[in-house]
Design a protein around this ligand. Sequence first.
Ligand code: SF4
Length: 472
Amino acid sequence: MGKPKLQIIVLFQNLGDQEAYFARSPAPPLAGALLAGLTPPVVEVELLHEMIRPIDYDTDADFVALSFMDFCAPHAYDVAARFRKLGKTVVAGGKYASTFPEQVLPHVDSVVVGEAERVWPEVVEDMVAGRLKKRYDAPFAPPLDGIPPPRYDLVESDFDVPVVTEATRGCPYTCSFCQLTIERAPYRMRPIGDVIHDLTATSRLPFHKRKIAMLYDNNLGGDIGYAKELLAEIAKLKLWALGTQFSFDCLHDDEFVDLLARANCTMAFIGLESLSEPSLASVHKKHNKVEEYKELFVKLKHHGIMTMTGLILALDEDTPEYYRDLPAQLDEIEPSVILLSISIPIPGTPFHQTVLEEGRIIDENLAHYEGDHLVITPKHVTPEQVAETFQRVNRSFYSRRRMFRRWRRLIAGYRCARNPWAWTFHSGILSYVFFKLSIFQKDHAEQRVYPLSASKALTNTTGRKSAPPTGG
Ligand code: SF4
């Protein structure tokens, strides 16, 4: 008899009975491949990203592990119910299940609370032996050494960038909307050798997929000395492209930016959140300085690095005047790609506590907490102004004319190449990443943002993750 089978399913959108929406994301979330890498060989393991292919309820898997974020919880409960009806054992984990295990537990057979590394092998062994406990509590903020590489070979081939990992966890800052503020853990770093091992544990992938990688840190620059040391080591791998995430203030450090370029970084995700200083102050994001955005983005462009920036509407100090001027301000600062969302009061965060105490939550359906719906009463703008701005800014920013203009300036701004060949090669990769991410966001706007009327923005029940900006 063969081994029992475990299927790990990563949920990323609230689909209900709709067909899976191919999200065109170049890289998968880390959770699934990481969990597969941690799974002991007592089971055969499969990995499914629902954003790429639909869940197969006819699977011959004996066990199902569900990984999901808060806004996917209602969908996860439906998925779990269907599998349990078919006699499968269902385990849940992830940030939401860790924060609210008592809410998740009635829907599944077992919940993993906390970071899975130290307990997951035990969960799998117990599952196979038929002695699964209802709850497994991982130690709080354990050291990050010895984590095995993610199973990139199990990631769907639709993903252009299967090589994803993280070097650190946590962030020194305390932005009030950020998931990391739910339970403050110290900033932790993995041994650099372990990270390099992940980035090179790629022998089962086609050659071109081994050459591009994504670091999913919340803030790679939380310890800038460590980040520099790591980037110097990554540079030796001669990747074609690297994406990473860090806080805006890291850009003041010229050596850090030089090392990003030496590591062939092409994309930096930075949580700008707002182009309004009062709105930034309202969420305690004081390390972002609006007057520095343009200059520091130009510095990145000189090094051949595009920016993907998170921006949030419906922050407490947003005004109609700010919304009116936002497209022009974006033209001026010129981030390469924006990921625009409506503020999400993630349960457990200080921002959620504030709007709850002020009686400003108007929608408690967790499925709407994905960044495409207004679920709170804004302070100085109307819901209609938020919805109108959400659409107008997307339309303007992702018009073909502006996209091509940004691309032209991005390539023209790239100066710091070692030689003409390096410039040409990096410019080609940079163009590919730029259009891939731009089209991904444009596509999202067309499918999910433009069809919303102001009232539907409050009530629409479909949703797709637009990656709530919790990093950098
Ligand atoms: S939003 Fe970014 S900078 Fe702020 S606490 Fe979270 S990870 Fe840190």
